[in-house]
Write a protein that binds this ligand. Structure first.
Ligand SMILES: Cc1ncc(COP(=O)(O)O)c(CNC2(C(=O)O)CC2)c1O
Length: 337
């Protein structure tokens, strides 16, 4: 595969497993065969998750320089910042995480939102967690630059990793590897996936999958479900990462569009809608698998809706990409009384 020319630092157990969601398929009328590739179980670090797959192609660049800190950014219950801390611990660096007010925290969660789940785990692992009041935006942020300048002023050498690793030059490579893995697993399973459904916010998960599938002429089989609630920005950023990644791979292909379903991101980034809560419970009760109110709850809500409205041909094989995130559920307990 084209990816072999890039250095990779192993952070995952190996290929992430594929579950067969037969109960869910049946509960939805057995029209399609639903499978799930489990990035939520891809590593032994922290709570596992999609960012660790991205960090595998970023860590060699960190180790190549005498950096002292990894600096990253996210919301208070960010999975990105947690996986930044875990990766830093693994490679012996310190971590500074800028955590902004990306989510309008519901009254019922105010007392615990910045104490439980992902942020608790970051503190346990010694992350220098810096809460700042700035609002949500998937782009490059002043608060992030301030943290980097602050560390440099103290004589440290910080390595910046932007939100979701997505604007990092190698941000898309991890999920190109996901596709190479998937192609192998299709052979082992004797199954070809007709559609791949994945959550999309800062874009490098979906971008890597689209770029990876483009090597096999299958980029149109990817359906991204927006959870940013800023779909124009997410679409532009994702497409840019797709084409930057194609260039990195030496893949002579420009992709100017992809399917981004924007129907499930409401009411805003970081808060579930009623259908999200229904979907989380439905999949929890039919498959014993947990998803979260910010990301995977919305993408599985999208998958269920797409099945119900006949978006997939009868009998087709649909792969759901579970990117992680259930570790933030404790910050949303008021939704599951
Ligand atoms: C569990 C989970 N699922 C899907 C996504 C969306 O991935 P992308 O950002 O690559 O589009 C995230 C991202 N999370 C961000 C974070 O700060 O945690 C980057 C937004 C995620 O954590």
């Amino acid at each position: 595969p084209l990816l072999d020319k890039f250095a990779k630092y192993p952070l995952l157990f190996g290929p992430s497993p594929i579950s067969k969601f037969d109960n869910l398929s049946k509960a939805l009328g057995k029209k399609v065969n639903i499978f799930a590739k489990r990035e939520d179980r891809n590593s032994g670090l922290a709570f596992a998750g999609n960012k660790l797959r991205k960090f595998e192609y970023i860590v060699p660049d960190i180790l190549a320089g005498d950096y002292t800190h990894i600096v990253s950014i996210g919301g208070i219950q960010s999975n990105q910042t947690l996986m930044t801390v875990a990766t830093a611990c693994k490679i012996g660096l310190k971590a500074v995480t800028v955590q902004e007010n990306w989510v309008p925290i519901p009254e019922a969660e105010k007392a615990t939102y910045d104490k439980v789940g992902n942020i608790e785990a970051s503190r346990i692992m010694g992350g220098d967690v810096r809460l700042v009041p700035d609002g949500f935006d998937i782009g490059l942020r002043k608060s992030f630059q301030d943290a980097i300048d602050d560390l440099k002023a103290q004589g440290f050498k910080p390595y910046p990793v932007p939100a979701g690793c997505s604007e990092h030059k190698y941000g898309g490579l991890g999920f190109v590897g996901f596709v190479d893995e998937l192609i192998e697993q299709e052979k082992q399973l004797g199954v070809k996936f007709d559609k791949v459904v994945v959550c999309c916010v800062t874009g490098s998960s979906a971008a890597g999958i689209i770029s990876g599938m483009a090597q096999y002429g299958r980029e149109k089989d990817v359906i991204a479900i927006d959870a940013s609630f800023t779909p124009e920005k997410t679409k532009e950023q994702t497409l840019r990462i797709v084409n930057n990644t194609n260039k990195l791979l030496g893949l002579d292909k420009t992709i100017d569009d992809f399917q981004l379903d924007t129907r499930f991101a409401h009411p805003c980034y970081g808060l579930p809608n009623e259908g999200t809560i229904e979907a989380i419970k439905f999949v929890g009760r039919t498959e014993g698998v947990l998803t979260d109110p910010v990301y995977e709850g919305k993408s599985i809500q999208g998958l269920i809706q797409l099945v119900k409205e006949g978006a997939f041909e009868e009998g087709s094989n649909v792969l759901y990409v579970h990117l992680g995130g259930a570790s933030a559920l404790s910050a949303y307990s008021s939704y599951f009384k």
